[in-house]
Design a protein around this ligand. Structure first.
Ligand SMILES: Cc1cc2nc3c(=O)[nH]c(=O)nc-3n(C[C@H](O)[C@H](O)[C@H](O)COP(=O)(O)O)c2cc1C
Ligand SMILES: [Fe+2]
Ligand SMILES: [Fe+2]
Length: 382
């Protein structure tokens, strides 16, 4: 696939992987993107996961058509991108490796120590001329590892954006937003401040194309993607709406959650209802960040609360969840404790407003509970 006359896509699509980074469901697969820039000098931009080394090398060879690359630009050392560095370096012994100073220190963890002699560090805004193309390097520490850099190609105004602006799924097919949101909050979400810093740097560049390391090349309407990253990295809600997330042993709490969701929908609210025991945890995290309101409905369990809910709150805390309005529904048959347990987690997060009204259910949802849930919906929407 050609990005332009001089830039060729040589990435691979991994449709068989069960879990990305050992935990994220990717039902539509994930791509490891890689590109080659052809000029007087030839630069390969990143490699791919070792799961796909052979397929990628075949793509690279076909694109090179007998030529040898002068440079491999290593923007990120995480194994999904560094997994084939050794294989490429072995094949092309004259090729130099370009990366940040931080990446130089980490390189021997991923390849033979002898490769370091062929690697050179670059600084912020340093450039590498390939002929009519010039790469300018922009460090992006913690987006999403400390050694990351992005590369801006000045003549074609292309930003090679490393993991930023990436998404799961087939790069040819995916509807960017839902999977990009799930990818962002679960993989990069904790690093809002480094992403904001990066966006400020990107703001000084005239960008016409963004080439991320996962998902489609972004060529049109770039303001849309940059705008989403601006909102997401600031932790501000993306839209008005409510995620109702429940953990229910015998189904009564689930019923209460769905009843509340109906009340909210009737009042015009956009609502997403997720079962924390069955639905994807990464989707629940993304939906929590998407909306301005969150409802947690949970059964009491062994004097504490349903472990899947605790897991969800641990995930939210780890991703710096903040700036949201939260309502609580609890259920218990003899000594309901879930609200207290959930509150203890929420109080460790920044700028979380917990509604004073807590709906407490004793085993089954009573008529009085239904009235309380209706009132809770009104209070949440107020
Ligand atoms: C393994 C287990 C442990 C429970 N522990 C408690 C408890 O410590 N305190 C309590 O009030 N209820 C406890 N319950 C009762 C549940 O909280 C109650 O069945 C549940 O809240 C009802 O809502 P549900 O149908 O949505 O699960 C326990 C139930 C089970 C199955
Ligand atoms: Fe990464
Ligand atoms: Fe990645």
């Amino acid at each position: 696939m050609r990005i332009s006359d001089s830039i060729v896509y040589v990435g691979v699509f991994d449709r068989d992987i069960d879990l990305f980074e050992g935990q994220y469901q990717v039902p539509t697969g994930v791509s490891y993107n890689s590109y080659i820039i052809f000029d007087e000098k030839i630069a390969v931009m990143d490699t791919v996961d070792s799961r796909k080394t052979q397929e990628w090398l075949a793509n690279v060879e076909a694109a090179l058509n007998g030529k040898a690359p002068d440079y491999l630009v290593v923007q990120h050392l995480e194994p999904d991108h560094s997994g084939s560095i050794q294989a490429l370096a072995d094949k092309y012994p004259a090729m130099r490796l370009i990366m940040t100073a931080k990446a130089l220190t980490m390189l021997p963890q991923f390849v033979d120590a002898s490769l370091s002699a062929r690697a050179q560090g670059v600084k912020e805004n340093e450039t590498l001329s390939l002929g009519s193309h010039t790469l300018k390097f922009i460090t992006a520490p913690l987006v999403h590892w400390p050694e990351v850099m992005l590369s801006y190609e000045e003549s074609e105004k292309v930003l090679f954006s490393a993991d930023a602006f990436g998404t799961f799924g087939d790069p040819e097919k995916e509807d960017w937003l839902p999977e990009a949101r799930r990818y962002y909050f679960n993989i990069v979400g904790k690093y809002g401040s480094p992403v904001t810093t990066l966006l400020k740097k990107a703001g000084t560049l005239d960008i016409q194309t963004i080439l991320p390391l996962h998902g489609p090349a972004l060529k049109e309407n770039l303001g849309f993607y940059l705008g989403k990253y601006q909102v997401w990295s600031s932790y501000a809600p993306e839209e008005k709406g409510t995620l109702v997330a429940f953990g229910s042993l015998h189904g009564n709490t689930a019923g209460a959650a769905k009843f509340l969701a109906e009340q909210l929908k009737a009042a015009g609210e956009t609502v997403s209802v997720l079962d924390l025991a069955r639905d994807d945890m990464a989707l629940a995290v993304a939906e929590a960040f998407r909306f301005d309101k969150l409802v947690l409905a949970c059964s009491t369990y062994d004097g504490n609360f349903f472990p899947k809910m605790e897991d969800f709150l641990l995930h939210l805390k780890a991703k710096a969840f903040q700036k949201r309005k939260v309502a609580l529904i609890e259920n218990g048959s003899w000594a309901p404790m879930a609200a207290k347990g959930m509150k203890a987690y929420l109080e460790q997060m920044k700028d979380i407003t917990i509604l004073d009204t807590v709906v407490t259910i004793k085993s089954t949802v009573s008529e009085a509970n239904r009235e309380q849930l209706k009132a809770l919906a009104k209070e949440l929407m107020a």
